[in-house]
Unconditional design. Structure first.
Length: 182
């Protein structure tokens, strides 16, 4: 059974810049730069027939328009018990529409609705045992986050192994987006 999700790839130059944030946070398991991505929709473990239906359904979204994204801050999930460090995405209406279209198409393909609110981000580290104070010190030492901007010309269907998290991820299929309007 494949474990699937849809997402956006992070270009190598942006991934390298993000990887420079690695280190200095106790209780962190850093994600390899080649596994950085922005998840659009987690699908989960599905049978081969459902996987094929999902892949076919996503073809309908290739008329979405290419766009530009900006990563503009560091953040964390988990509040007083932080569990992940991430690079956050600046609010982007085109990204929100694309993610909502994924949700609609995948529900039509028979998947249950996603229960979590969409918070676009690039996971940098999984945290275990790091305190909110540790995280605050790390973020203060990290200094100003220089925004990283890149063009998005496609989305992909990823598969992963059932693991502790952080990859490796395999691109099963890619879906080009329509070029920018002139």
């Amino acid at each position: 059974m494949p474990r699937l999700f849809t997402g956006l790839e992070i270009p190598a130059d942006v991934a390298f810049a993000l990887s420079l944030k690695r280190g200095g946070l106790q209780g962190s398991r850093w994600i390899d730069a080649e596994n950085y991505h922005i998840t659009l929709r987690f699908i989960g473990d599905v049978d081969i027939r459902t996987a094929n239906d999902v892949a076919d359904s996503l073809d309908r979204l290739s008329n979405s328009t290419a766009f530009t994204l900006k990563l503009n801050h560091l953040g964390a999930f988990g509040g007083d018990k932080p569990r992940a460090l991430y690079a956050g995405v600046e609010v982007n209406d085109t990204l929100i529409r694309l993610q909502a279209a994924h949700e609609r198409v995948l529900q039509r393909a028979g998947l249950e609705p996603e229960g979590r609110k969409f918070v676009p981000h690039v996971a940098l580290a999984r945290l275990r045992g790091a305190t909110a104070g540790d995280l605050a010190r790390f973020m203060a030492m990290a200094g100003r986050f220089e925004p990283l901007e890149f063009s998005v010309g496609r989305f992909v269907l990823y598969s992963s192994r059932d693991s502790v998290g952080g990859g490796p991820y395999v691109i099963e299929q890619s879906y080009p987006l329509a070029e920018f309007a002139a």
